[in-house]
Design a protein around this ligand. Structure first.
Ligand code: TNX
Length: 542
C-alpha cells in the first residue's frame, strides 16, 4: 500500500483484504451507498471521480446493503475533538474520520462532510496506482487534524493562473488534506475580479504590458520581456472554483488587497488614488508606493467590491490585505489632511487603522469577518472580529503582533515568512545556481518539516492559534511545472506539520514515507522538486 500523507494517527492492519475486480475490462462497477445527509454527496462524488478516472471503474449509487463503499455519519468517528467554538462559528467542521475496510465493504464514518472528504483523500492515496483490480488490506484507520486551519495560498496577480490550473492546485492541496484555499485575487501587477459598474477593472487593470526579467527591481535598468500578461476570472468561473473546492471539503478565502498593493486598480481608476495619475499596471516586483485615497467614491467602490465578494464566496471570512501600505503618498497629498480632519483621523499613522475599521464594518453588515496581514494590528485597536495572518517573523522585522493577537483573543493564522513562504529558494550557497530563479532566502523541505508552529507561545496562548498555511507568491513562478517545483514536496511536509502538530514522526521517517508517496505525484504529473538533486560539481572543495 502507498504511504498515506499526512500520516494518519492510527492505522491497525487486520487479516484479509477487501477486493473488487473487473470481470473483463471496463465491465465491473463499484457501488457507493450514502447513509448520511445530502451534503455528503460532494465527498462521495469526489471518490467516484477518482474511481472512474484513475481506477477506470464504473460507479453506481446503490442501497447500503449492496454497497462497496458506505458513507455513514457518526459524531464520534476518528480520534480528534474537532474545532473550537471560534472556528466552528466561521464554518470549520469536525474533520475526524474513521475507515473500516472489511472483506465485504469499506465503511467511511465521519462526523461531518468535511471529515468524509479527508477520508476520501486517504482512500484515494490508498487506492492510487490500482487499475482493473481494487484492493485494500482490511484495517481500521482513525484520524483527525491537530490544527483546524490548514491553508494553501496562491497569488494569481503576479502571474495569472487559468481556472484549470487553479482547480488542479486545489485538487493537489485537498489530496494532502489542506482545507483552505486562499485566493490572492488582486495586487499591483493585475486585478482578477470583475465588479459590476467598474468595467475598466477587466478591460485595463487585469493586463500589464510586460514583466521584468531577472531579479533587479529597478525599472530604469531592468529588462522587460514586453509580453502582455493578464486575465481575470468570470463570476461563473469563480463559482465553479468555489463548488469544486467545497466538494473536496475546502473553504475558499478570497483576498482583495487594500489600501496598498493597488497599482493595477489605480491604473484603471486613478480617482481612487492620491496623485490623480494612472501609474500603469506594474511590470516589476517589489513594493509599490501607491495607495488608496480617503475620498467617498473610494469607499463606495470598496462597498461594491465587498458586495461582489459576499455574493460569490460563501466563506464567512474575507481577506482584505493590509500589507505593506506605504505612507509617502498620504504624507504628500494636499487632500489627505482635509479628509483626515473631516473623518476625525488624528495622524497619518491612523489612516490604515481607519481603513481597517471601515472595512470591518462593511463586512459585518454583510455577515462577514475580516482577515488581514499582520500590519492591520499595528494601530492600537483592532476589532475583536478580525483575524490576523501573521507573516513577518524574520528576526529584524518581528513586531510580535501574533502574540498581541492571541492576548487580545483575535483569531490567528500562522503564515510565517521563514517557514511557509514557498517562493523562497530550496537551496543556499552554490547549490542555488542549480535552482530555478526564486525570490530570495532558503527554505528546505527539512526546514518546513521541522517547524513547530506553537514554539513561540506559552501554553495558555497556544490554544488560540487557528492553524497555518503556505504562501505561494508567484512573482518568480511563471508556469505550472515551476509552480509544482516550488510547492511540492514542501507542501507534503507542511501537511504533516499541520495535520499532526507536535505529534509527528522524525524527519528521516517522513522522508521514507515521502518516497512511497512520490509515485502518486508522478502519476498525477506533478513536477515536484526531487529530494536529492545531483550535487553541483563545485561543492567538492579539495
Ligand atoms: C511580501 S507577504 C508580500 C507579497 C510578496 C511577498 C514575496 C505579504 C503580505 N506581502 O506582496 O509577494 O512578500 O515573498
Amino acid at each position: 500500500m502507498p504511504a498515506i500523507l499526512p500520516e494518519p494517527r492510527q492505522l491497525a492492519l487486520q487479516e484479509g483484504y477487501w477486493r473488487k475486480s473487473h470481470r473483463s475490462h471496463f465491465s465491473g462497477s463499484v457501488r457507493i451507498g450514502i447513509h448520511s445527509p445530502a451534503e455528503w454527496r460532494a465527498p462521495a462524488s469526489w471518490l467516484q471521480d477518482s474511481l472512474k478516472h484513475e481506477q477506470m471503474f464504473r460507479v453506481e449509487d446503490v442501497s447500503l446493503e449492496e454497497a462497496d463503499f458506505i458513507f455513514e455519519k457518526c459524531p464520534f468517528a476518528g480520534s480528534q475533538p474537532g474545532p473550537n467554538e471560534n472556528l466552528r462559528l466561521v464554518g470549520f467542521q469536525n474533520e475526524s474520520y474513521r475507515i473500516e475496510a472489511r472483506p465485504e465493504h469499506v465503511l467511511i464514518k465521519a462526523a461531518s462532510a468535511h471529515g468524509a472528504a479527508r477520508a476520501v483523500a486517504s482512500l484515494r492515496q490508498m487506492l492510487s496506482g490500482q487499475r482493473a483490480r481494487l484492493e485494500l488490506p482490511c484495517c481500521v484507520l482513525e484520524d483527525g487534524p491537530a490544527f483546524s486551519w490548514r491553508g494553501m495560498h496562491l497569488d494569481c496577480s503576479r502571474h495569472f493562473w487559468c481556472v484549470d490550473d487553479v482547480l488542479r492546485f486545489i485538487d493537489l492541496a485537498a489530496l494532502h488534506k489542506f482545507n483552505v484555499f486562499h485566493w490572492h485575487l488582486t495586487d499591483d501587477q493585475g486585478w482578477r475580479l470583475p465588479v459590476e459598474g467598474y468595467p475598466r477593472l477587466t478591460g485595463c487593470a487585469a493586463w500589464r504590458d510586460g514583466t521584468m526579467v531577472g531579479h533587479d527591481c529597478d525599472r530604469a535598468t531592468n529588462p522587460q520581456d514586453g509580453v502582455r500578461h493578464g486575465g481575470f476570472y468570470s463570476h461563473d468561473e469563480i463559482r465553479r472554483v468555489v463548488a469544486h473546492a467545497e466538494a473536496r471539503g475546502m473553504h475558499v478565502l478570497p483576498e482583495i488587497d487594500v489600501p496598498g498593493h493597488v497599482q493595477a486598480l489605480l491604473t484603471a481608476y486613478p480617482e481612487f488614488g492620491n496623485t490623480g495619475l494612472a501609474p500603469g499596471v506594474r511590470t516589476c516586483w517589489g513594493i509599490s508606493p501607491h495607495t488608496l485615497n480617503l475620498e467617498p467614491q473610494t469607499f463606495e467602490f470598496l462597498e461594491r467590491v465587498i458586495d461582489t465578494v459576499a455574493d460569490l464566496f460563501p466563506f464567512p471570512l474575507v481577506h482584505l490585505g493590509g500589507d505593506e501600505a506605504q505612507i509617502d503618498e498620504w504624507m504628500k497629498s494636499p487632500r489627505i489632511p482635509e479628509r483626515m480632519a473631516e473623518l476625525g483621523i488624528p495622524g497619518v499613522s491612523g489612516i490604515q487603522p481607519f481603513f481597517t475599521q471601515r472595512l470591518v464594518e462593511m463586512l459585518t453588515r454583510r455577515g462577514r469577518r475580516m482577515v488581514g496581514w499582520d500590519e492591520i494590528f499595528e494601530g492600537e485597536r483592532l476589532d475583536a472580529s478580525a483575524v490576523l495572518m501573521y507573516w513577518r517573523d524574520s528576526e529584524k522585522n518581528d513586531h510580535a503582533l501574533d502574540r498581541k493577537a492571541l492576548e487580545r483573543g483575535n483569531g490567528l493564522v500562522l503564515a510565517n515568512w521563514s517557514k511557509t513562504y514557498f517562493d523562497l529558494y530550496q537551496e543556499a550557497g552554490p547549490g542555488r545556481d542549480f535552482e530555478p530563479l526564486a525570490i530570495c532566502g532558503r527554505l528546505t523541505l527539512e526546514d518546513v518539516y521541522r517547524w513547530n508552529p506553537l514554539a513561540r507561545y506559552p501554553e495558555a496562548l497556544a490554544t488560540g492559534v487557528w492553524g497555518g498555511q503556505a504562501q505561494v507568491w508567484t512573482e518568480y513562478i511563471p508556469n505550472r511545472p515551476h509552480l509544482d517545483y516550488m510547492v511540492y514536496p514542501r507542501a507534503c511536509a507542511l501537511s504533516q506539520v499541520l495535520w499532526r502538530g507536535g505529534d509527528r514522526e522524525d524527519f528521516p521517517h517522513f522522508l521514507s514515507r515521502l518516497e512511497r508517496h512520490l509515485p502518486l505525484l508522478d502519476r498525477l504529473g506533478v513536477a515536484y522538486r526531487p529530494s536529492f538533486p545531483p550535487p553541483p560539481d563545485n561543492t567538492s572543495q579539495p
